[in-house]
Design a binder for this molecule. Sequence first.
Ligand code: FE2
Length: 157
Amino acid sequence: MSDEQHTGAGREDAIQDTLDEHRECMQIVAEIEACLDRQPDDSDRWIGRLLEHLPELARTMREHFEDEEGGSLFTELPQRRPRIAPRLEALKDEHPRMLVEIERIIEIAAGLREAEIYELRELNARIQLFVARLRRHEAAENELIYEVYWDDIGTGD
Ligand SMILES: [Fe+2]
Protein backbone atom coordinates (compact mmCIF):
# COMPACT_ATOMS: atom_id res chain seq x y z
CA MET A 1 0.00 0.00 0.00
CA SER A 2 1.35 3.43 -0.94
CA ASP A 3 1.70 6.18 1.63
CA GLU A 4 -1.07 8.08 -0.05
CA GLN A 5 -3.47 5.15 0.13
CA HIS A 6 -2.47 4.50 3.71
CA THR A 7 -3.15 8.10 4.71
CA GLY A 8 -6.47 8.02 2.89
CA ALA A 9 -7.60 4.88 4.70
CA GLY A 10 -6.51 6.26 8.07
CA ARG A 11 -8.34 9.48 7.39
CA GLU A 12 -11.57 7.68 6.55
CA ASP A 13 -11.29 5.54 9.70
CA ALA A 14 -10.87 8.68 11.79
CA ILE A 15 -13.91 10.26 10.16
CA GLN A 16 -15.88 7.05 10.70
CA ASP A 17 -14.89 7.22 14.40
CA THR A 18 -16.31 10.75 14.59
CA LEU A 19 -19.61 9.62 13.04
CA ASP A 20 -19.74 6.62 15.43
CA GLU A 21 -19.08 8.86 18.43
CA HIS A 22 -21.91 11.14 17.35
CA ARG A 23 -24.20 8.12 17.26
CA GLU A 24 -22.98 7.12 20.73
CA CYS A 25 -23.77 10.60 22.13
CA MET A 26 -27.24 10.46 20.56
CA GLN A 27 -27.91 7.05 22.15
CA ILE A 28 -27.27 8.54 25.61
CA VAL A 29 -29.42 11.55 24.64
CA ALA A 30 -32.26 9.13 23.76
CA GLU A 31 -32.00 7.60 27.27
CA ILE A 32 -32.17 11.08 28.79
CA GLU A 33 -35.19 11.97 26.66
CA ALA A 34 -36.90 8.77 27.78
CA CYS A 35 -36.40 9.93 31.40
CA LEU A 36 -37.78 13.38 30.58
CA ASP A 37 -40.87 11.83 28.99
CA ARG A 38 -41.85 10.05 32.20
CA GLN A 39 -44.24 11.83 34.56
CA PRO A 40 -42.38 13.08 37.63
CA ASP A 41 -44.58 11.16 40.10
CA ASP A 42 -41.72 11.15 42.60
CA SER A 43 -39.34 14.06 42.04
CA ASP A 44 -36.29 12.43 43.66
CA ARG A 45 -36.72 9.27 41.58
CA TRP A 46 -37.24 11.33 38.43
CA ILE A 47 -34.02 13.27 39.07
CA GLY A 48 -32.23 10.09 40.15
CA ARG A 49 -32.95 8.49 36.78
CA LEU A 50 -31.65 11.57 34.95
CA LEU A 51 -28.49 11.51 37.06
CA GLU A 52 -27.84 7.94 35.91
CA HIS A 53 -27.33 9.26 32.37
CA LEU A 54 -26.26 12.93 32.50
CA PRO A 55 -22.71 12.30 33.84
CA GLU A 56 -22.23 9.60 31.19
CA LEU A 57 -23.19 12.12 28.52
CA ALA A 58 -20.81 14.72 29.97
CA ARG A 59 -17.93 12.20 30.01
CA THR A 60 -18.66 10.94 26.50
CA MET A 61 -18.90 14.49 25.17
CA ARG A 62 -15.63 15.53 26.79
CA GLU A 63 -13.74 12.57 25.31
CA HIS A 64 -15.42 13.03 21.97
CA PHE A 65 -14.61 16.76 21.73
CA GLU A 66 -10.96 16.06 22.59
CA ASP A 67 -10.68 13.35 19.94
CA GLU A 68 -12.50 15.48 17.43
CA GLU A 69 -10.45 18.63 17.92
CA GLY A 70 -7.22 16.69 17.34
CA GLY A 71 -8.70 14.68 14.46
CA SER A 72 -9.39 15.05 10.74
CA LEU A 73 -12.59 17.03 11.06
CA PHE A 74 -10.98 20.03 12.74
CA THR A 75 -7.43 19.77 11.46
CA GLU A 76 -7.57 18.42 7.92
CA LEU A 77 -10.95 19.56 6.62
CA PRO A 78 -10.30 23.31 6.95
CA GLN A 79 -7.01 22.85 5.09
CA ARG A 80 -8.70 21.01 2.26
CA ARG A 81 -11.66 23.37 2.13
CA PRO A 82 -10.68 26.78 3.50
CA ARG A 83 -14.17 28.13 2.85
CA ILE A 84 -15.60 25.88 5.61
CA ALA A 85 -12.98 26.99 8.17
CA PRO A 86 -15.22 29.67 9.78
CA ARG A 87 -18.05 27.16 10.26
CA LEU A 88 -15.64 24.72 11.90
CA GLU A 89 -14.19 27.45 14.08
CA ALA A 90 -17.67 28.35 15.34
CA LEU A 91 -18.40 24.68 16.10
CA LYS A 92 -15.13 24.31 17.99
CA ASP A 93 -15.92 27.39 20.07
CA GLU A 94 -19.18 25.77 21.06
CA HIS A 95 -17.45 22.72 22.63
CA PRO A 96 -16.30 24.32 25.91
CA ARG A 97 -19.58 26.20 26.22
CA MET A 98 -21.58 22.99 25.94
CA LEU A 99 -19.36 21.27 28.51
CA VAL A 100 -19.94 24.12 30.96
CA GLU A 101 -23.71 23.83 30.39
CA ILE A 102 -23.92 20.06 30.92
CA GLU A 103 -21.85 20.36 34.11
CA ARG A 104 -24.17 23.13 35.30
CA ILE A 105 -27.22 20.96 34.56
CA ILE A 106 -25.72 18.07 36.56
CA GLU A 107 -24.96 20.45 39.43
CA ILE A 108 -28.54 21.77 39.46
CA ALA A 109 -30.06 18.27 39.23
CA ALA A 110 -27.82 16.94 42.00
CA GLY A 111 -28.74 19.90 44.22
CA LEU A 112 -32.51 19.36 43.97
CA ARG A 113 -34.13 17.44 46.82
CA GLU A 114 -37.90 17.02 47.09
CA ALA A 115 -38.14 19.55 44.31
CA GLU A 116 -41.20 21.61 43.51
CA ILE A 117 -42.92 20.96 40.20
CA TYR A 118 -41.78 24.32 38.79
CA GLU A 119 -38.15 23.35 39.53
CA LEU A 120 -38.61 20.08 37.66
CA ARG A 121 -40.18 21.96 34.77
CA GLU A 122 -37.25 24.37 34.66
CA LEU A 123 -34.76 21.53 34.74
CA ASN A 124 -36.71 19.70 32.03
CA ALA A 125 -36.75 22.81 29.81
CA ARG A 126 -33.03 23.42 30.32
CA ILE A 127 -32.16 19.83 29.40
CA GLN A 128 -34.48 19.91 26.36
CA LEU A 129 -32.78 23.08 25.17
CA PHE A 130 -29.36 21.57 25.73
CA VAL A 131 -30.23 18.37 23.90
CA ALA A 132 -31.55 20.36 20.92
CA ARG A 133 -28.33 22.35 20.84
CA LEU A 134 -26.12 19.25 21.01
CA ARG A 135 -28.16 17.52 18.32
CA ARG A 136 -27.90 20.57 16.04
CA HIS A 137 -24.16 20.84 16.73
CA GLU A 138 -23.37 17.22 15.88
CA ALA A 139 -25.67 17.33 12.83
CA ALA A 140 -23.78 20.41 11.55
CA GLU A 141 -20.50 18.50 11.90
CA ASN A 142 -21.94 15.47 10.12
CA GLU A 143 -23.13 17.73 7.33
CA LEU A 144 -19.62 19.12 6.83
CA ILE A 145 -18.19 15.60 6.79
CA TYR A 146 -20.68 14.44 4.17
CA GLU A 147 -20.16 17.60 2.16
CA VAL A 148 -16.39 17.21 1.95
CA TYR A 149 -15.81 13.45 1.96
CA TRP A 150 -18.76 12.35 -0.07
CA ASP A 151 -18.20 15.14 -2.56
CA ASP A 152 -14.64 13.91 -2.98
CA ILE A 153 -15.78 10.33 -3.53
CA GLY A 154 -18.43 11.53 -5.99
CA THR A 155 -15.96 13.54 -8.05
CA GLY A 156 -13.14 11.01 -7.72
CA ASP A 157 -10.92 13.65 -6.08
FE1 FE2 B 1 -18.87 16.20 17.36
